[in-house]
Design a protein around this ligand. Structure first.
Ligand SMILES: N[C@@H](CCC(=O)N[C@@H](CS)C(=O)NCC(=O)O)C(=O)O
Length: 199
């Protein structure tokens, strides 16, 4: 049994999608970031950096943060949604890292500069937005050649990327990133994805 501590953010929704797709049993603990619950002492004991998502695996006591690490752990635990072949596994992780290191921080920084600081820095925010929208052209190219991001099957790479792409879909329609839009429509019909996005 897995305890999941999460909230409705891009890093928090993808873990729910993964648990649902893998049919792993879990208890959902919502941590309301708007109310600052991530700073409560009992949560900081689990993750001193005060951020979701976190899982606690009751089967072995493992406490794990970082959504990419959690997705890889859950895929290995369940034997689902990550190829076992070394090269295919590496390609899956390549697309996960593309999302986690190049895109997710830029999405956050854009939001921060626009909405979270006293004097919004709109020029800097736009610079960052242009950069991440430009990087998504490589997702579109990959999805023009393959049904799923790793080039093989539906995997944790798709799950990692989905919640952020869901928020940006209007921009992708405008930019003519038709392959991302096709992929988004396809995934959006999955019951696990619907459940995860509604967490
Ligand atoms: N790289 C981390 C990012 C985790 C993160 O930044 N979580 C945000 C929500 S998406 C959070 O909990 N923020 C609360 C805060 O900073 O107070 C991951 O992928 O899990």
């Amino acid at each position: 049994m897995i305890d999941l501590y999460t909230y409705a953010t891009i890093n928090g929704q993808n873990i729910v999608i993964a648990l649902e797709e893998m049919q792993l049993e879990y208890n959902l603990h919502k941590v309301n970031l708007m109310k600052g619950e991530q700073q409560k002492p009992e949560f900081l004991k689990l993750n001193p950096s005060g951020r979701i998502p976190i899982i606690v695996d009751q089967d072995n006591g493992l406490v794990l943060s970082q959504s990419s690490a959690i997705l890889i752990y859950l895929a290995e635990k369940s034997g689902k949604l990550m190829p076992s072949d070394t090269s295919k596994k590496a390609k899956t992780q390549e697309w996960m890292m593309f999302h986690a290191s190049d895109l997710a921080p830029n999405l956050f920084n854009n939001f921060y500069l626009k909405a979270l600081i006293k004097e919004p820095q709109l020029v800097a925010a736009q610079f960052i937005k242009d950069r991440y929208l430009n990087l998504y052209q490589y997702f579109d190219k990959q999805l023009s050649e393959h049904e799923f991001l790793n080039g093989f099957d539906y995997s944790i790479a798709d799950i990692a990327a989905y919640p952020a792409i869901d928020r940006l879909c209007d921009s992708f329609v405008e930019l003519g990133y038709d392959n991302i839009v096709r992929w988004h429509q396809q995934l959006s019909k999955r019951s696990a994805v619907i459940k995860g996005m509604n967490v």
